[in-house]
Design a protein around this ligand. Structure first.
Ligand SMILES: Cc1cc2nc3c(=O)[nH]c(=O)nc-3n(C[C@H](O)[C@H](O)[C@H](O)COP(=O)(O)OP(=O)(O)OC[C@H]3O[C@@H](n4cnc5c(N)ncnc54)[C@H](O)[C@@H]3O)c2cc1C
Length: 225
């Protein structure tokens, strides 16, 4: 296992209990939407305590690694939240194919709450590299504290081809998604969020013939995503 050491730079508060932890890249090269595992040995002796997987919420062109997450009482999150500038984290196993497929066709993004991290990486990357954002983004949140909303809103203002549809306080269902797509259900749907939702809604969408890419976040449920 190849492990790299990343230096912590700063914390950035986002909406609600979401924070972004900013690290130097350590020379890491990634594709927007990918994830990796992180180790904080002092979080505890077991792997459940000291290792977590996170999407890199930053675009490669930002030249920083971002972990954006909801702060919880878990040992890992407590240790992450206590980091001071200059502290380090170990990272390994960069991977994942929840990345943009260059077909030229318009696509649909569907996020549940903090499941928006890969979409932040992809959208910022496409904007910075002057590519079109031909995306309809259905962005579900439990309440109106919506992570990255300002950034997504300014992208929508800048790119007329990008449609942002925030949906607050509604249960995420296949019928609601298809109802909001208004004839775009033939487009590839990228679905990211709490694992139980991505499993159940993903299965329903597939059964209805939708071409689907999925990204599952364990540790989140309908109650805390
Ligand atoms: C490929 C991939 C990408 C991911 N990307 C992201 C991402 O970008 N952002 C993100 O936030 N998550 C992401 N996740 C999920 C992430 O790995 C965590 O599972 C998730 O953030 C929950 O972590 P947690 O430490 O809060 O809870 P867990 O450790 O999973 O525990 C679940 C719940 O139990 C509670 N708990 C656990 N241990 C204790 C304890 N000792 N005392 C009290 N309470 C406890 C926690 O508060 C939490 O509510 C990703 C996962 C995968 C696999």
């Amino acid at each position: 296992m190849n492990t790299i050491t990343l230096k912590f730079i700063k914390t950035k508060p986002e909406a609600g209990n979401v924070k972004t932890f900013v690290f130097e890249t350590g020379g890491l090269k990634w594709i927007a939407g990918q994830y990796q595992a992180y180790i904080l040995p002092h979080a505890g002796p077991t792997q459940a305590e000291n290792e977590h997987w996170f999407t890199i919420a930053a675009a490669p062109s930002e030249k920083e690694i971002h972990i954006s997450t909801r702060i919880s009482e878990s040992p890992f999150k407590k240790a992450l939240n206590a980091m001071k500038p200059g502290d380090t984290i170990q990272a390994h196993s960069l991977g994942g194919d929840f990345t943009w497929e260059e077909s030229g066709d318009a696509v649909v993004f569907v996020a549940g709450g903090i499941g928006s991290t890969p979409f932040r990486s992809i959208l910022i990357d496409r904007d910075r590299t002057m590519k079109p954002l031909n995306v309809t983004f259905l962005y579900f949140n439990r309440n109106d504290e919506i992570p990255f909303l300002d950034e997504f809103t300014s992208l929508a203002t800048k790119h007329p081809e990008f449609t942002l549809i925030p949906i607050v306080g509604e249960k995420i269902t296949a019928d609601l998604i298809l109802g909001r797509l208004d004839g775009r259900a033939h487009q590839t749907v990228y679905l990211s969020g709490p694992e139980p939702m991505v499993e159940s809604v993903g299965a329903e969408l597939k059964a209805k013939g939708v071409n689907l890419k999925q990204d599952w976040f364990p540790g989140y449920t309908d109650q805390n995503f």
